[in-house]
Design a protein around this ligand. Sequence first.
Ligand code: GLP
Length: 235
Amino acid sequence: MPMPLIIVPDQAALAAAAATSILALLRQKPDAVLGLATGKTLEPVFAALVASGVSFARARIVHLDEMLGLEADDQRWFGCDLRRQFLAPLGIPAAHLRMLDGRAPDPEAECAAHEAHIIALGGLDLQVLGIGRNAHIGINEPGSAFDSRTRVVAFAEITRSGMVAQFADRPVPTHGMTLGIGTILAARQILLLANGANKAEAVRAAVAGPVGPACPATALRAHANVQVIVDRAAA
Ligand code: GLP
């Protein structure tokens, strides 16, 4: 199935378009279950959602992925970004959030609990995704099965190399936890976002390359309600 591709001029327009799409769902369903990525692509989207003044008081938030092995008080946890950039400014109550907790003593059990939580909520209404330079979604690196569920995974080397600057003081994490591709595909709607020239090859592969686990984002082409929004540099 071809994926509808929307190309906007720049990162600001990308954030605005993504926010419009998320807010449209929220207007329709104020208690929507939103699966959210973090990262540089999402940061301006969160800012646009906060600036909109729309209430997320009834929405349920589910965290997409997290690293393992950082110190408990490290500020680089993906979850810290989610709290700082989105949950705190919007005053989203802790009870409306399911974090993937990288500090959990049993990460596999944490993944199983996350998966069970999504099912208990009735599934994700919308999953918002960024994309890796190797077309990973969440931390579903190349080779991930299209029916994979939430689990502990190893970062690909190219992903770790992209994290070096951020982890100058300690080894780059080797493992993380992520919603599986099967879990993502079960969402009723999916929004894939990319900006910048360093994502152009991944976007091309995702929308036009051969479908298969070698390119995780191609799994989205089997989904009936996916929207891809990219800026001109990423297109
Ligand atoms: C990271 C995260 C993803 C994120 C993607 C893009 O490795 N695991 O959740 O969507 O890669 O990140 P960024 O938007 O910072 O480029």
